[in-house]
Design a protein around this ligand. Structure first.
Ligand code: ADP
Ligand code: MG
Length: 350
């Protein structure tokens, strides 16, 4: 008798990868310069994983014209659109509209729903929602464009000044931490000028920087806490995940920037897990997200921001923490696809 156990083969799916038209994976990743490879690695990694899973793969480049996307959906009738689009026509907050368009077409997609994307983009709105349910959030004030605003007297220094809505550590450096009103206004003006968005000044949270990956819809999986370290930090310099620290490999080597499993006690691990589940639900996120926390010496955890649809390349934090939890990369991509396929956009889930 043949004792071999055969797994029932899963249905071969038709997967459309949606990304910026400049990032459509063509040729080999090694054909590109280092900088270009960094921009495209998620696209190439997802492509390889989808092919490993045995699915049919088509990449569609998003430009300023929705008819390309509409045409690709009509032509391929994909089971799922793997959404790696981060903007539309160069406007980053139009990412949510692209997803809304997919929902109107009744097209299943991976990642977060439009409402979750909208809420999480606004770092003040995120905190207001969490505070209403009694969660600890940093105190903050918003400094709108073209309006002179004063710091509320209840908001003390040091403050951390950043864009209300931009991501990828735009405008973030050591100078983001300010200790007086003159420097605060200088930095607010700098954010207005360079990011072109309102500025947010929030209580600077001294402590460890810990990221938590969460995935799923109503039922979620929380990944192991992942810590951001800067080994060669100058004595007394604040710990900050700057743009260079996130994206510049030679700076990362020089400064000893690393991420890895956070060594924390059981109690804190349980607290972060519970908190992450709650935040994901309160913000109405779906698909997959990375929550950025600061954890103080007294083990108070503050959410800095939620990142729905975080960087999903195999060597980035989300996939690394999944791998650490025993979820190999193709399985992670498989799960993300399944979450997208079961998400019912026509139903109110919150
Ligand atoms: N309130 C704060 N206290 C301490 N550090 C902060 C604070 N806000 C931001 N930072 C630092 O700046 C980095 C980037 O800020 P974040 O809000 O996560 O924006 P981005 O969307 O650019 O990642 C954080 O990872 C953290 O190192
Ligand atoms: Mg962040």
């Amino acid at each position: 008798m043949n004792m071999t156990v055969t797994r029932k083969p899963r249905k071969r799916l038709s997967v459309v990868l949606l990304t910026d038209e400049r990032l459509v994976p063509a040729g080999e990743l090694s054909d590109y310069s280092e900088k270009q490879r960094l921009l495209r690695k998620a696209e190439f990694d997802v492509k390889r994983a989808v092919e490993t899973l045995g699915h049919q793969f088509i990449a569609v480049g998003l430009s300023n014209d929705l008819s390309t996307l509409r045409g690709a959906i009509d032509a391929h009738k994909p089971d799922i659109v793997f959404n790696l689009a981060e903007d539309f026509g160069g406007i980053s907050h139009f990412d949510q509209h692209v997803v809304s368009f997919l929902e109107l077409l009744r097209q299943p997609y991976t990642g977060c729903n439009p409402r979750g994307l909208t809420i999480a983009r606004d770092k003040a709105l995120t905190k207001k929602i969490l505070a209403y349910d009694g969660l600890k959030v940093p105190e903050f004030a918003i400094f709108p464009m073209r309006r002179t605003t004063k710091r509320p007297s209840t908001l003390g220094f040091p403050l951390f000044v950043k864009s209300l809505t931009e991501e990828g550590s735009i405008g973030i450096s050591g100078a983001s931490v300010v200790y007086d009103d003159v420097k605060l206004m200088e930095r607010v003006e700098y954010i207005h000028r360079t990011a072109g968005t309102p500025a947010l000044a929030e209580q600077f949270i001294e402590g460890r920087e810990i990221y938590v990956g969460v995935m799923g819809n109503e039922r979620v999986t929380v990944l192991p806490p992942w810590e951001f370290f800067v080994e060669n930090r100058r004595e007394g310099a604040p710990l900050i995940a700057t743009g260079r620290g996130k994206w510049d490999p030679s700076y990362q080597d020089q400064a000893g920037v690393m991420t890895g499993p956070a060594e924390i006690n059981e109690k804190l691990a349980t607290k972060l897990e519970k908190l992450s589940r709650e935040i994901y639900r309160l913000l109405g996120l779906s698909g997959y997200a990375r929550l950025d926390f600061r954890v103080t010496e007294s083990e108070d955890a503050y959410l800095l921001e939620a990142n729905p649809n975080p960087q999903i390349a195999a060597d980035e934090d989300f996939a690394s923490s999944a791998e650490h939890a025993g979820i190999a990369y193709p399985d992670l991509i498989d799960r993300i696809i399944r979450y997208g396929m079961i998400y019912n956009s026509g139903r109110v889930m919150f």
